[in-house]
Ligand binder design. Structure first.
Ligand SMILES: [Zn+2]
Length: 151
């Protein structure tokens, strides 16, 4: 699975941001997306109206702002997923995914831990040993990303 596959699967969640993280964290992010979607499904089935940020809330007070990511990246070894909308439950899901990322190799999804003296990342041992190659590949991808973001 690539980041593009995930964006294609959950277009509403990624309407204003694409994940800029290693592929090892994509299964974790996919789990997060599926739980958020399920939560919204259950809420809607319970009569809760899903509304946009600028939309007038219904008078009965049963509403939930639409959830979507504003930025997904790696910061200080961990996954960071910034978002709009949602409720305490979705924030809890995001917090849990961010916390779990510190135990998953960002490159390959194996069990990982803090690695590296200069480039501190969450990696497994084989990815840490091969990190120079991986870093070069990621750098090429990142350059393309920042070019697209024009900053
Ligand atoms: Zn790994």
């Amino acid at each position: 699975m690539t980041a593009d596959d995930l964006v294609d699967k959950y277009p509403a969640l990624f309407a204003s941001a694409s994940p800029s993280i290693g592929e090892g964290w994509l299964p974790l992010l996919e789990t997060l997306c599926s739980r958020i979607e399920l939560h919204y499904k259950w809420k809607e089935q319970g009569g809760v109206k899903i509304i946009e940020a600028e939309e007038e809330p219904p008078e009965d007070g049963k509403y939930l702002h639409r959830f979507y990511f504003s930025q997904i990246k790696e910061k200080f070894r961990g996954l960071r997923a910034y978002s709009y909308g949602g409720d305490e439950y979705t924030q809890g899901l995001v917090d849990m995914a961010e916390a779990v990322s510190y135990h998953i190799c960002e490159n390959c999804s194996n069990a990982g831990s803090e690695k590296g003296e200069h480039w501190i990342r969450t990696l497994c041992d084989p990815c840490h040993d091969d990190w120079e190659n991986i870093r070069e590949t990621n750098w090429q991808k990142e350059k393309a990303f920042y070019k697209n973001e024009s900053r």
